[in-house]
Design a protein around this ligand. Structure first.
Ligand code: FAD
Length: 383
């Protein structure tokens, strides 16, 4: 007999378990993997980008943009930093408010397990649970509790043990699912569009935009299309069939090319681009723009058109690299089904959903772990 059974010993499940356990609840935490927190271990290139100094609800995608506000306000980035500090884990800010361990992501998992132990949480690994529900009680693998927390994440990176289990179970309980799709994922280009195939491996800082959303970060050409932080970020906002635009020269002032024609008429576009961009990229862009020779040979109109193209180069991705490469899944258990205070399902008392399983998805850069901590904490307070 337990007060709560939590399915999924990932970021959200561990935080929920330690919070409820330390409040005196008897907690059973179950995972089908052979070790807890596998995604934490590989996150942030092995250093776990565990939160971000710029956490705010507008940096999360959800059908209900207000849903995440309560949990994010009640368990903040500073709360997690305090926990990390209490465990003596050294960390640093890398860029754009992203906080990483100096050492290894292993320290974050050990910290969460240590806190679970303090709360007397019982952990069962290698368990694929069958859930039964009757008389207001949940029965799983011989255990029973009045509360069940779905913390099994989303289907991104199936080879890490990720599944759509949370969605299947939620559907069984009559909860709606917002159509899931891979996010924070490299985008692919068709053969005709993969103008830049020879550029595989070249990276440069750009502004990538989809509709009104813009991200200024590095983009990376791959043999299948586009990747790098700017592209991963924009992939969450991109829909099939839509174009994305890339500004290859985000710092260039307006009319820079016609201006260059006046001040340096005997310079070529290829040379000018090479002063700012990686050499191979400068070469390829100049080829595409087809304005050979010195700038003074070309009409202002042609140079203005080239400048505009360089500032908003259009790509129409034909897809993404899918769940195999997606850092997260957009969509999931509809927030309309849940209390934003406790994460409990309105229709099914005692059933909770937290973390990536829920239709709340953050930007790249520690935002997704902060949602896992905050939603796990909110449910842990309510159990
Ligand atoms: C390569 C990579 C790097 C990332 N880096 C970062 C980063 O640096 N910063 C950041 O904020 N976010 C990062 N993310 C995203 C982040 O890992 C997730 O948003 C976060 O782990 C979600 O937490 P969760 O607890 O909801 O799900 P998960 O951490 O995925 O945990 C779900 C758990 O449920 C278990 N499970 C699944 N199905 C079942 C089942 N049927 N039965 C029992 N157990 C099951 C899994 O084994 C897993 O332990 C990264 C993701 C990836 C893939």
């Amino acid at each position: 007999m337990y007060d709560a059974i939590i399915l999924g010993a990932g970021a959200a499940g561990l935080m929920c378990a330690l919070t409820a356990g330390q409040r005196g609840r008897r907690v059973l935490l179950i995972d089908h993997a052979d070790r807890p927190g596998k995604k934490i271990l590989i996150s942030g290139g092995g250093r776990c980008n565990f939160t971000n100094l710029g956490i705010e609800p507008s940096r999360y995608l959800s059908q209900n943009p207000h849903f995440a506000k309560s949990a994010l306000r009640r368990y903040t980035a500073q709360d997690f930093i305090d926990l990390v500090d209490r465990h003596g884990i050294a960390w640093h800010e890398k860029t754009l408010g992203q906080l990483f361990c100096d050492g290894s992501a292993r320290q974050i998992v050990d910290m969460l397990l240590d806190e679970c132990e303090k709360g007397g949480v019982e952990l069962r690994l290698n368990h694929s649970p069958q859930v039964e529900h009757s008389d207001g009680r949940f029965r799983i693998a011989g255990a029973e509790a009045p509360a069940l927390v779905l913390a099994t994440g989303g289907p991104s990176i199936p080879k890490m043990g990720a599944t759509g289990f949370a969605y299947d179970l939620a559907r069984k309980f009559g909860l709606k699912i917002v159509e899931p799709r891979p996010a924070l994922v490299p985008l692919t280009l068709s053969n005709e569009q993969a103008l830049f195939k020879e550029l595989s491996g070249v990276a440069t800082e750009v502004v990538a935009s989809a509709g009104k959303t813009r991200f200024r970060e590095a983009a990376l050409f791959t043999h299948r299309g586009l990747s790098g932080p700017a592209i991963l970020q924009i992939s969450s906002y991109w829909r099939h069939g839509d174009p994305i635009a890339i500004d290859f020269l985000p710092d260039a002032p307006a009319h820079w090319l016609t201006e260059a024609k006046r001040t340096r008429p005997r310079t070529s576009l290829r040379k000018l681009l090479g002063e700012t961009l990686p050499d191979r990229l400068a070469h390829e862009l100049a080829e595409q723009l087809a304005l050979p020779g010195d700038l003074h040979n070309h009409a202002d109109r042609a140079l203005t058109a080239a400048e505009q193209r360089l500032g908003a180069w259009q790509f129409i991705p034909n897809g993404s690299e899918g769940y195999a490469k997606a850092e997260v899944t957009i969509g999931g258990i509809s927030t309309a089904e849940l209390s934003s205070q406790t994460m409990e399902a309105r229709k099914v008392p005692g059933l909770y959903a937290i973390g990536e399983a829920v239709d709340v998805t953050g930007w790249l850069g520690g935002y997704n772990f902060q949602w896992a901590w905050a939603s796990g904490w909110a449910a842990g307070q309510a159990l």
